[in-house]
Ligand binder design. Sequence first.
Ligand code: OFO
Length: 164
Amino acid sequence: MLKKEIEKRLTQQLNLEFSSANLYLQMSAWCCRQGFDGAASFLKAHFQEEIQHMLRLVDYLNDHDVSFVIEAITPPIESKSLAAIFEQAYQHECCNTKKIDELVSIAKDLKDSSTFHFLQWYVAEQSEEEKLFKSIRNKLRLAGKSESSLLLIDQNSRTYVKSP
Ligand code: OFO
């Protein structure tokens, strides 16, 4: 049986994953409208990944007979440019890493080894995601306002994948 504090924090994390999914779906739609088709499909794939992250938490809470509420949180997007979109996405991932780290340390303090072990997958995942988003963000910073560079990054972003 999970402790109440863990149940509460895992439910918050579940909602944060859902909110991340919504954020990336909105970003994908914005990219699509601007003609950045590569970034649009990258972000749409990332929406699906975040849903999978959420579902892992749903399964874990279900396995422990915890009832929870899914809140439809849809954050506003920074839509001034492709660079602004990826800056926001990168900052969002950094924030998510912090939340996972907090959760890990709470599980450790409460001697909840099952949750501690469960969260290790998220620790590894966040490290990969931060790396990936930072690399795209940095490329876009280098590209500046050069349209040809932006189009090249957009085309390549379709193929950006996390390391196995
Ligand atoms: Fe990209 O955040 Fe989920 O875990």
